[in-house]
Design a protein around this ligand. Structure first.
Ligand code: NAP
Length: 259
């Protein structure tokens, strides 16, 4: 399917690896020029070079912490006039409700709620002036069904979801859509970190930790970054202009809910 976005420009945050990279690759495959970002320069440059050579699109890289004001300013300098924004950052660490102090919540809110909000605030006006834009926020299945050990994520992402629900409806009339993608477990470094936590907490092997997790996923496997990226590219396509303020689960059926 022609996504109809060849020649558009996208900022994909936190995109040297994992789900962000999946989104960057699928947008590049659709002919979209990219601004890619991550903190570590080596992996970022390697991923950008691979995308340039595979898809022939322009890729600008900005090595910066997207959750810091200074990092965001540098990223936005390179991405002021983008048509597409994909927000993403690392997820908060797991833990127990009784461990978390105010500063832990502030850090989670900064990374997973206030950073995407700041990026939208900076980039939505240009999209609205031009009469076309797409925003996809990478959140988590924890928005629909809490993951107890990820209480910091549950809290911060719920805040972002509430913001998007209202804002998406305020900007839709200008041809700009905002939607959220909610990953369940996907085979990325983040999944390795979470599974390592399970091996330590339960004294089981990595293989057993994965098998245990798969028992709760009707699809019986982890998702892939490619599948995730394809869904992102569709939400950013010309065909998705009537999809507004939605929260799309990509979880292999893991969240057991009718709606
Ligand atoms: P990942 O494989 O660990 O990749 C994270 C990417 O983000 C890397 O490119 C990393 O590069 C970059 N990054 C992390 N923090 C950053 C920051 N502060 N500024 C700029 N770049 C940053 O993680 P993932 O699995 O793709 O997860 C992406 C998001 O989805 C996370 O928020 C995660 O919590 C959420 N999620 C993932 C899953 C899953 O199963 N994978 C499930 C639910 C939710 P650098 O480290 O070099 O910066």
């Amino acid at each position: 399917m022609d996504l109809g976005i060849k020649g558009k420009r996208a900022l994909v945050c936190a995109s040297s690896k994992g789900l962000g990279l999946g989104c960057a690759r699928s947008l590049a495959e659709a002919g979209v020029d990219l601004v890619m970002n991550a903190r570590g320069r080596d992996a970022l440059e390697a991923s950008a070079a691979a995308i340039r050579s595979e898809f022939g699109v322009n890729v600008v890289t900005v090595a910066a912490d997207i959750t810091s004001e200074e990092g965001r300013a540098r990223v936005l300098e390179a991405a002021k006039d983008v048509d597409i924004l994909v927000t993403n950052a690392g997820g908060p660490p797991p833990g127990l409700w009784s461990d978390w102090e105010r500063e832990d919540f502030i850090a989670a809110l900064d990374a997973n709620m206030l950073t995407p909000i700041a990026l939208m605030k900076a980039l939505l006006p240009g999209m609205m002036d031009r009469g076309w834009g797409r925003v996809v926020n990478i959140t988590s299945q924890s928005v629909k069904a809490p993951i107890a050990v990820l209480g910091l994520s549950n809290s911060a992402r719920a805040g972002l979801t509430g913001y998007v629900a209202g804002t998406a409806r305020q900007v839709a009339g200008s041809g700009v859509t905002i939607n959220n993608l909610l990953p369940g477990i996907h085979a990325t470094d983040r999944a390795v970190a979470l599974d390592t936590g399970v091996t330590q907490a339960q004294g089981i092997s990595m293989e057993d930790a994965k098998a245990q997790r798969c028992e709760g996923i009707p699809a019986g496997r982890y998702g892939t970054a490619d599948e995730f990226g394809a869904a992102c590219a569709f939400l950013c396509s010309q065909h998705a202009g009537f999809i507004v303020g939605q929260n799309l689960l990509l979880d292999g059926g893991g969240v057991n809910a009718t709606l």
